[in-house]
Design a binder for this molecule. Structure first.
Ligand SMILES: *Cc1c(COP(=O)(O)O)cnc(C)c1O
Length: 448
């Protein structure tokens, strides 16, 4: 089996399949050969397309173990007693092209800290994408603010900037766009609206380590950018997070807020401190794991990108399979999940869940993405709480419920199919198996 090797230059920032496809000699076979029509689907007892394994996650370099054991033996486990967290912050800021970084205990605590430092307060409203991990809105709830959904664009999987302005009220204080799956959101449009309406922008880049928008790293485009290093993420440390930014004063305040409100940097010379704050500090062991993981992320992302562009190119040839469309200005995606849309009408109306089961039976692990979480129980639970009833009028909550119809997001949730990021660390043969399995399911759709 041939394996491909890419230099960084070969996979330079592009999310369009065209450039890469012409640079590398793909073994391209065009769709329509009908090569699987006579085969039985694995779900019906036939032979699987992919019989091997898939890359597992996380992957680590054993040489890092020595440093962790050495640190354990010093007893200097928290950031205040050692140098590793600070070293990580410096290197992460450098990697992201930001001036500063504050490491946190998780992505959730990074979001909570960033929103608080930017002034999001009880009774405020924050505009947010509904197509995201639940932690995004929990960070808004942590401030006793109201998450207000801006509908998704099903083609890009991202918040639709055209739908933002209609949701702004006099209480809106921030926009929290999410670069979901590592696909960059249209930050120029979002920032322009924020500027016009005097809103702060926190980027939820918790799935977007090294994605690029107009050549700049996601997380550096709003007022503050937040990342997660939870075990499943591209840069894993079990748990962990970071805030990055270019404004020294804001970053001093982030450091303070994540460290019990103790003054930091220029704050030290000024009166009035400490402020309110929490303990959201990263531990030394997390930083050591991250310093080691940082050595592989760029190379891994190159492989994911090359494989994703290959899938984009091949999958769009299959009727009813629609790869995501990059948002305006997106120049590099990192694929925490690789997403496409399944149009069941082209598959003889086979439900998405059945299509996914058929793929899984062929040896291709696939998932269905996020559900329409805007209908989850936490919203009513919050709105019926004593605190929210004090902070928001009955008429405002009634209006929220009336506006809680997100046709773009509903369509996206019903059509999305995803592959987890480590699948994209596989070989070209693995990617061909994915294409072949979907082709096989398509050609045998009548038997499902
Ligand atoms: C993982 C994630 C978070 C939260 O990060 P934790 O480190 O798990 O707290 C927030 N937003 C998104 C989009 C995520 O994927």
């Amino acid at each position: 089996m041939k394996t491909r090797k890419f230099t960084r230059r070969e996979v330079i920032a592009t999310t369009s399949a065209g450039a890469l496809g012409t640079m590398i000699n793909w073994p391209l076979t065009s769709f329509g050969a009908g090569s699987f029509a006579k085969e039985k689907l694995a779900i019906n007892g036939g032979t699987k397309v992919h019989s091997g394994t898939w890359p597992s996650w996380p992957v680590w370099d054993q040489s890092a173990e020595k440093e962790i054991i050495e640190m354990l033996r010093t007893g200097r486990w928290w950031r205040g007693s050692g140098e590793h967290v600070e070293e990580f912050e410096k290197k992460y800021a450098e990697l992201m092209g930001a001036k500063r970084c504050v490491a946190t205990s998780s992505g959730t605590t990074a979001l909570i800290t960033a929103l608080g430092v930017l002034g999001v307060d009880a009774g405020d409203e924050v505009l947010v994408s509904p197509y995201t991990f639940i932690a995004t809105y929990n960070a808004i709830f942590a401030h006793k603010a109201l998450p207000v959904f801006v509908d998704s664009d099903p083609e890009t999987f991202l918040l639709n900037p055209k739908k933002i302005e209609a949701r702004i009220t006099e209480r809106t204080s921030a926009i929290l766009p999410v670069h979901i799956y590592g696909l960059p959101a249209d930050m120029d449009s979002i920032n322009a609206i924020a500027k016009n309406s005097n809103l702060k922008v926190v980027e939820d880049a918790c799935q977007a380590w090294l994605s690029e928008y107009r050549g700049k790293r996601t997380g550096t485009l709003g007022d503050l950018g937040c990342f997660s290093f939870q075990n499943s993420k591209h840069l894993p440390a079990g748990e962990g997070g970071a805030i990055i930014g270019n404004d020294e004063d804001l970053m001093d305040h982030c450091h303070s807020a994540h460290n019990c409100g103790r003054p930091y940097g220029k704050m030290k010379a000024a009166p009035g401190y400490p402020l309110r704050g929490g303990n959201f500090r990263m531990q030394q062991s997390q930083a050591l794991i991250l310093l080691s993981q940082m050595k592989r992320i760029e190379k891994d992302n190159d492989v994911r990108l090359a494989n994703a562009l290959y899938l984009n190119k091949r999958l769009k040839e299959i009727p009813g399979i629609v790869p995501y469309k990059p948002a305006d200005g997106a120049t590099r995606a990192v694929y925490h999940l690789y997403p496409f849309r399944y149009i069941k009408e082209k598959f003889n109306n086979v439900p998405k869940e059945k299509f996914i089961s058929a793929l899984v039976a062929e040896g291709i692990p696939a998932g269905g993405g996020y559900n329409p979480q805007n209908n989850d129980g936490l919203f009513e639970e919050a709105f019926n709480s004593r605190g929210y009833k004090r902070l928001f009028s009955e008429s405002r909550l009634k209006q929220w419920r009336e506006e809680n119809h997100l046709p773009g997001n509903d369509q996206l949730c019903s059509e999305a199919v995803t592959f987890y990021q480590s699948i994209l660390l596989g070989s070209i043969k693995d990617m061909e198996d994915i294409v072949n399995a979907i082709t096989k399911v398509y050609e045998n759709r009548d038997s499902l």
